[in-house]
Design a protein around this ligand. Sequence first.
Ligand SMILES: [Zn+2]
Length: 68
Amino acid sequence: MKATLCPGCYRPVYESSSSHTLIGAGPMPVIGLCRLCAEGTTLRSLRQADVPVDPQQRAVLETVAAVA
Ligand SMILES: [Zn+2]
């Protein structure tokens, strides 16, 4: 099975579980998010932990949060 890295958290995501997470309504199409990122759980966790986040990773997660 082919796996890609989730653009929001860099965990491997298998195609069969990411097919429903195509998000293209925002300024930046986001493909292949894991379930946690698609639901916004990852962004909430990062904010609660108050840890530095890679700017590109944050942009992906905030795009998802804006359209979810
Ligand atoms: Zn993720």
